[in-house]
Design a protein around this ligand. Structure first.
Ligand code: FE
Length: 291
C-alpha cells in the first residue's frame, strides 16, 4: 500500500476496525439522557479508558437537572463541550464554568464530591465525558482540575482539508492542551469533509478507538464505514503506525488513544480502584465525609 502523506504524518500501515459498537441510551445523574458509548465490558480492551458518554439534546427536560453532588475516586474525567454551558462546583470550594469548545480535565485522585449543572434553560447542549484511569500509584493523589477554554486548545487545518483539534497528546507536531505521563492520552476532535483523507499517527502500544458523532467515516486500508453514533475499536496490529480516515459526508469524530496500564480494575459506580477492598475503603471514606 502506498504511504499517504499529510503534512508530517505518514501512515505506512493503518490500524483497521476490529469492532463497531452503537451507543446505548441511558439516564444518569438526576435523569440526564445520555448515549453511553464506551461501556464497562470494553474497559479491559480499551485500557486506560473506562467510559465515554455523549450528551446531546435541545430539549431542556433531557439535561436541566444535571448531575447534583456526587463523588469520584481513582481516575480522571474529561468533559468536552461542543454546545452549551456547564457549571462545576466541588466540596473543596473549586468552581468553574465550562463553555462551548472548552474542556475540563479533572483528576479525582483520592476523592472529590462535585456537581455538574447545565447553566442554560434552553437550546442545544452537546458534549462528551470520557473517563481515563489512573495508575495504582496515583489513585490517591490530590484532586486537581484544569478548565481549558476553547481558545487555549490548539486547532489546525491540514493540507488535505481536515480540521484537527488537539485536546490531548500530539498531532503532526501540534502539542495538545493536556499531557498526562502515565497514560499518554491522545484526544483529537477531527472534522473531515466528504472525500478528505487524513492519516493520523498513533503510538504503536496504545489502545485506540474512534467515535463518529456526525456523518460517516471510512476507516483503514479496508475503508470500513463507521457511521454517526458508532464507536470503532481499532486493531493493535504489530507494525501499524496510525489510522487512515476518509470523510464520507460531513464527518465529525473523536480519535482517542492511550497507553494501557495493565492493572486490575475494580469499579463500583464512581469509584475505580484496583481491588475490591479499596472500593470498600472508598465507600467508607465517602460515608465518613473524608472526601
Ligand atoms: Fe462527576
Amino acid at each position: 500500500m502506498n504511504p499517504i502523506r499529510m503534512q508530517s504524518a505518514i501512515v505506512l500501515r493503518s490500524r483497521e476496525v476490529e469492532r463497531r459498537i452503537t451507543g446505548q441510551p441511558v439516564s444518569d445523574g438526576a435523569g440526564v439522557k445520555l448515549l453511553r458509548v464506551l461501556t464497562a465490558e470494553l474497559q479491559r480492551r480499551l485500557d486506560p479508558f473506562l467510559m465515554l458518554d455523549e450528551f446531546r439534546s435541545d430539549n431542556p427536560d433531557d439535561y436541566l437537572a444535571g448531575f447534583p453532588d456526587h463523588p469520584h475516586r481513582g481516575f480522571e474525567t474529561v468533559t468536552y463541550m461542543l454546545a452549551g454551558r456547564m457549571r462545576h462546583r466541588d466540596s473543596a470550594g473549586h468552581e468553574g464554568l465550562l463553555t462551548a469548545g472548552g474542556v475540563q480535565w479533572m483528576t479525582a485522585g483520592r476523592g472529590i464530591v462535585h456537581s455538574e449543572l447545565p447553566e442554560q434553560e434552553d437550546g442545544l447542549m452537546h458534549g462528551f465525558q470520557l473517563w481515563v484511569n489512573l495508575p495504582a500509584r496515583d489513585k490517591l493523589t490530590a484532586p486537581a482540575y484544569r478548565d481549558i477554554p476553547a481558545e487555549d486548545i490548539p486547532i489546525y487545518p491540514t493540507a488535505s482539508g481536515a480540521t484537527i483539534k488537539v485536546i490531548a497528546g500530539e498531532s503532526e507536531g501540534v502539542i495538545g492542551a493536556v499531557r498526562r505521563a502515565a497514560t499518554a492520552p491522545l484526544y483529537l476532535d477531527i472534522e473531515l469533509p466528504a472525500g478528505v483523507v487524513h492519516a493520523a499517527a498513533l503510538p504503536p502500544g496504545h489502545n485506540a478507538f474512534l467515535y463518529v458523532y456526525a456523518g460517516q467515516v471510512e476507516v483503514g486500508a479496508r475503508g470500513e464505514a463507521v457511521t454517526a453514533r458508532q464507536l470503532a475499536v481499532l486493531t493493535n496490529a504489530a507494525g501499524a503506525d496510525g489510522v487512515l480516515l476518509r470523510g464520507a459526508g460531513g464527518a465529525r469524530l473523536l480519535l482517542i488513544a492511550g497507553q494501557p496500564l495493565h492493572e486490575p480494575i475494580a469499579q463500583w459506580g464512581p469509584f475505580v480502584m484496583n481491588q475490591r477492598e479499596e472500593i470498600e475503603q472508598a465507600l467508607a471514606d465517602y460515608r465518613a465525609g473524608r472526601f
